[in-house]
Design a protein. Structure first.
Length: 342
């Protein structure tokens, strides 16, 4: 898509549009969490970006979809004999997840084309917006790549591919928030420069990335269910049951991934507190408050999720607030990178 030279930039309108898309991505993360927790992700065994937008419309179509699902190892080893009504439930969540992905694509691509045609995109922003569009398209492909890992020999999707899928969604969310904030600054001050990613912000982002990565692995390995006590894990600080097998243990062992996710969280908290204080020093008190609120709620939800044996509604809230932690971190990082703090 050729983006025409800017003659009437509308940074505020662009920012509001990007924040709306960010809201849709946030909803997508929530629905994705429900899809994972209800074991719904393998219910649709084909990837049809256009025709797949419609669900089965009659009994024969439903039976055909159920028959395809019966060929998966998940059905044969776990859900054998599943009723059509039960299948419709898991199909619904995967269908909504994919439909929301299509909606996000339209909500981004169509306004982008409109803004481009109106020459409303400020100089220097077109490449970033196109990159976000392409990243969204890649995310759809990553989603299908993830699903294919569970359609042959496995009874679920690869937790490694699940992590790639989730982290890409959160990176897109952070990119949308960051770009919207840049545009809002430009709206207030036409001479404003785009914020830079400071070494401090990059370090905090790296620490948070590790926490999110292990969180995704915990979800993919169902590792949250290996212990329902806190702060100990079944009466031990370092859990028993770890199958030590080199570096792969950190990736594949549910006891160790749960342990690391549980305690690296406090490293992330320290990093986020430092980021929030720098955001406050930079003059952005709301960002500081938002960061503290997000990680505080997230810690409490994580503990509650463990102690309830991974109650679905708490686990979904935990994933949702995790996305808010990412968004508020992007806000704080932007604050200290906008030239108001050393």
């Amino acid at each position: 898509m050729a983006l025409l030279p800017t003659t009437s930039a509308r940074p505020r309108a662009l920012a509001l549009w990007l924040l709306c898309v960010a809201g849709l991505v946030f909803a997508m993360v929530i629905v994705g969490g429900i899809t994972r927790l209800t074991e719904s992700g393998l219910s649709i065994t084909e990837w049809k970006p256009i025709t797949g937008a419609l669900p089965p419309l009659n009994e024969a179509d439903w039976q055909a979809e159920l028959e395809k699902y019966r060929s998966t190892q998940e059905y044969q080893q776990i859900n054998k004999g599943m009723s059509l009504d039960a299948f419709k439930f898991i199909y619904f969540w995967e269908w909504v997840h994919r439909l929301l992905g299509r909606l996000i694509g339209i909500a981004f691509a169509v306004p982008l084309a409109w803004f481009a045609a109106r020459r409303a995109i400020p100089p220097g922003y077109a490449p970033r917006l196109v990159a976000l569009l392409l990243l969204g398209g890649l995310q759809g492909a990553i989603g299908w790549w993830m699903v294919t890992s569970g359609l042959s020999e496995r009874t679920d999707v690869s937790h490694i591919r699940l992590a790639v899928h989730l982290l890409t969604a959160l990176f897109i969310l952070a990119g949308l928030v960051w770009t919207a904030l840049d545009l809002l600054h430009l709206h207030r001050d036409p001479a404003a420069r785009r914020a830079r990613l400071t070494p401090l912000a990059a370090s905090v982002a790296g620490i948070l990335l590790i926490q999110l990565l292990f969180g995704a692995w915990v979800a993919g390995l169902n590792a949250g269910q290996v212990a329902s006590t806190w702060p100990s894990m079944n009466g031990h600080f370092v859990p028993q049951g770890i199958s030590w097998d080199g570096i792969g243990t950190f990736v594949n062992d549910p006891f160790l991934t749960h342990f690391v996710h549980r305690w690296w969280a406090w490293v992330a908290v320290v990093a986020l507190v430092i980021l929030a204080r720098h955001a406050r020093t930079a003059g952005n008190h709301p960002a500081s408050i938002a960061i503290h609120s997000a990680f505080g709620i997230q810690i409490l939800l994580g503990i509650a999720t463990v102690m309830t044996g991974v109650a679905i509604w708490l686990a979904v809230l935990h994933q949702a607030v995790g996305a808010l932690v990412v968004a508020t971190t992007a806000w704080g990082a932007h604050a200290i990178g906008a030239g108001r703090s050393a």
